[in-house]
Structure formats: C-alpha cells, structure tokens
Design a protein around this ligand. Structure first.
Ligand SMILES: [Zn+2]
Length: 71
C-alpha cells in the first residue's frame, strides 16, 4: 500500500500517496493513513479514469487506478 520509492513526475519529490477510492472498511486505519500521508481520500464515487497516485506536496495526480485492487 505504501510506495515510498515513487517520485512525483511534477515536482520530483517522493511525497507520494496512494489515492484511496471508495468507502474505507476501517475508519481508524483510514484516518491514520491520511494523517501519515500514506493515502489521500479520492472520494466515494469511483469513475473509469481515476488516478492512482497523488503527490502530497504539489497535489499532482497521475497513474491509473487498478481495477483489481478493491480490497
Ligand atoms: Zn509533486
């Protein structure tokens, strides 16, 4: 879930969080992960062209959400 090896293509920093789409199953984990900048809330509505990553520094979003990672 955590991808510290990624680098933002916009600002070249490695403050990259996974965008979490949909409803969190575990709210405590969810809020803590947001606080830790491991994830950013993407919203409850999942579309067809959602981004996968967001830079917590410049808020650049890129990538493609994996259809198979729903758990
Ligand atoms: Zn960035």
């Amino acid at each position: 879930m955590i991808n510290n090896n990624l680098t933002c293509p916009q600002c070249n920093k490695n403050n990259v969080a996974v965008i979490f789409w949909g409803y969190p199953g575990n709210m405590d984990w969810y809020l803590q992960a947001i606080k830790n900048k491991e994830i950013v809330p993407g919203g409850c509505l999942i579309g067809n062209d959602d981004s996968k990553w967001e830079c917590t520094d410049c808020h650049w979003q890129w990538g493609t959400r994996d259809e198979d990672e729903d758990e």
